[in-house]
Design a protein. Structure first.
Length: 351
């Protein structure tokens, strides 16, 4: 049971409460132009907690040089030995807020290799400014950082090639909760690849991410709290699809609300400056719903997120557990963290 959150300077307060509620992990978003600085916030959380694991959720290779990323992880590992997880992906909003497409899988693979080699205390090769340079941590024996305790790798992989790379690296796999058939198919795909690679099935650690709200009995999905807590998770589908031609898509399959998407596309077309509409499109990403996002009705939110009553969600999450997922991450939004964490913890306790 884990939470994921838009990073803020005092995210340590959320981490402390999550630890009290029994959460095993807290994942911090690394989207520089939207959220607070990842390593600063994680360091504060590291010194304020004692058990909960702290994950980068997720770093993007282009946004940090590999030596800088390795140094940040090793620093956190000194503050919270054995409690740090190196989460990485090719990038969605962390790239689009700068008008950039995701990095290639090949680039991510190289980034992972350099970071992991440094964390293993090895000398490795690092490409920068058109040349290859040999690098290593020069004096880890001084205890300024910690590269003795292992830092596991987790890869956010929503496509088949990314999932194959995840298995190649022997990493934890981060997927996304969508609907039961797809969740089962993707987990079975990863399991098959894992076995084909000769890896022990017991070593596969699978994670699924969830956005939504635990509704009160009789509460409408059109309620203000549903819009505030689950709306941001539903909005990312639209943020993604209106930019599909420019940046590609992170969502396979047919979208179930074409009329709502058309309505939002017209709104998107009004954003200024015209050559940087992404600046408005991603404002509030996974934090709040903007006033012009009127297409986010209760029906849309309920369909695109895990928004339902406690009893319904217990059944849904029990299904994920039976499929064999190792961890579920619940997204929380600024200003609602405590209520959302308490409600999700209550649901998980009933499984």
């Amino acid at each position: 049971m884990a939470i994921q959150l838009p990073t803020k300077a005092n995210s340590w307060e959320v981490a402390v409460r999550a630890e009290q509620l029994g959460y095993s992990h807290i994942w911090f978003y690394d989207t520089p132009l939207l959220n607070a600085e990842l390593f600063a916030a994680m360091a504060a959380a590291a010194v304020k907690t004692s058990r909960i694991k702290l994950g980068t959720g997720v770093m993007i290779p282009s946004n940090r040089l590999a030596p800088v990323a390795a140094s940040g992880l090793a620093t956190l590992n000194a503050l919270a030995p054995g409690r740090v997880v190196f989460g990485v992906s090719t990038g969605f909003t962390g790239r689009r807020t700068m008008g950039l497409k995701p990095v290639t899988l090949a680039r991510m693979a190289k980034f992972i290799d350099v970071v992991q080699a440094l964390l293993a205390g090895e000398m490795t090769e690092f490409e920068e400014e058109g040349a290859i340079h040999k690098i290593r941590f020069l004096n880890p024996e001084l205890g300024l950082i910690n590269i003795k305790d292992p830092i596991p790798l987790a890869v956010s992989a929503l496509g088949p090639k990314a999932r194959a790379l995840t298995v190649e690296k022997g990493a934890q796999w981060i997927g996304a909760a969508t609907y039961p058939e797809r969740e089962q198919a993707e987990l079975e795909e990863v399991r098959a690849l894992w076995s084909q690679a000769g890896r022990d099935p017991a070593d596969l650690y699978s994670i699924t991410t969830i956005g939504g709200r635990v509704l009160d009995e009789g509460e409408s999905p059109d309620s203000a709290k549903t819009l505030a807590q689950a709306g941001p998770a539903a909005a990312i589908a639209f943020h993604n699809l209106v930019e599909e031609k420019e940046y590609g898509s992170i969502m396979p399959g047919e979208f179930p609300f074409p009329d709502a998407l058309d309505a939002y596309a017209k709104v998107y077309g009004s954003y200024e400056p015209a050559d940087a509409r992404y600046l408005t499109n991603h404002r509030g990403h996974l934090m709040f719903v903007r006033p012009d996002e009127t297409h986010l009705t209760g029906n849309v939110i309920k369909a695109l997120t895990m928004t339902a009553t406690k009893a319904e969600l217990v059944d849904r999450l029990r299904g994920l557990k039976e499929l064999g997922y190792s961890q579920v991450q619940f997204h929380v939004v600024p200003g609602h963290e405590n209520e959302m964490m308490e409600r999700w913890a209550d649901v998980m306790a009933a499984l």
